[in-house]
Design a protein around this ligand. Structure first.
Ligand code: ATM
Length: 240
């Protein structure tokens, strides 16, 4: 498993949390905000984001009457992720876009690891294979009590196979996300998600805005790097 992460000029932001935490709404609002500032964004989701990965999503979330093992879930998610990273995320970052991804690797650790019980370090290794070491620059974790999230979610028109898991399962997912945030404090920022969507959106922009300045500076440096005679190095990724 060779690390193949190339320096890129874009910014990779993931949005995570339990069901009903409001991350999809916040992804949309953040995308609008970033585009209003003139940034190019790519909004995508996992599992999914390419035609093949969306098919895998349907299989994963299907409510058919067949028991699905934890490992089956993990392999489906990783297959979808490899395709998504290769086809969408890496090219977008290479073009300098801001990629907003609704769920990514932390969901696998929270759902298939902390909640289903697959060894987390093993999932982390498999994840490196699936992502070729593409790691978010920032992960926004929208946190709220499980009962609140599930009540929101279950009032929605459609529920999927995982929505219908027990309260205990979703509590383990939430605890897993919070543990990951403790382990990765520089990358993962916890946002209280019980407030109104406007209040949550303000909390998001307070975190994201300073990163845009650094992205802008890095972009300028990269342009200067490219303008120099051959042999000069390009500026690396904005935040690495
Ligand atoms: P959304 O409803 O947030 O799009 O997520 C779809 C489901 O995929 C979500 N389930 N519920 N409830 C969590 C699940 N999922 C995983 O189990 N592992 C993963 O790695 C990812 C990305 C999603």
């Amino acid at each position: 498993m060779t690390p193949r992460r190339q320096p890129s000029r874009g910014l990779f932001i993931t949005l995570e949390g339990i069901e009903g935490c409001g991350k999809s709404t916040q992804a949309k609002l953040l995308g609008e905000y970033l585009r209003s500032l003139g940034h190019v964004t790519v909004e995508t989701r996992e599992p999914g984001g390419t035609p093949l990965a969306e098919k895998i999503r349907s299989v994963l979330l299907d409510r058919a009457d067949e028991t699905v093992t934890a490992e089956t879930e993990a392999f489906l998610v990783f297959a979808a992720r490899r395709q998504h990273v290769a086809q969408v995320i890496e090219p977008a970052l290479a073009r300098g876009a801001i990629v907003l991804c609704d769920r990514f690797s932390d969901s696998t650790l929270a759902y298939q690891g902390y909640a289903r019980g697959i060894n987390v370090p093993l999932l982390e290794r498999l994840n490196r294979l699936a992502t070729h070491d593409v790691t978010p620059d920032l992960t926004l974790l929208f946190d709220l009590p499980v009962a609140t999230g599930l009540a929101r979610r279950r009032s929605a028109a459609e529920t999927n196979r995982l929505d219908r898991e027990s309260l205990r399962f979703h509590q383990k997912v939430r605890a897993g996300f919070l543990d990951l945030a403790k382990r990765h404090p520089a990358r993962m920022k916890v946002i209280a998600a019980r407030a109104s969507k406007e209040t949550v959106a303000r909390a998001v922009s307070r975190i994201v805005t300073p990163m845009l300045k650094r992205l802008h500076r890095a972009g300028r440096q990269a342009a200067i790097g490219r303008a120099t005679p051959s042999g000069a190095t390009e500026a690396g990724h904005a935040l690495r």
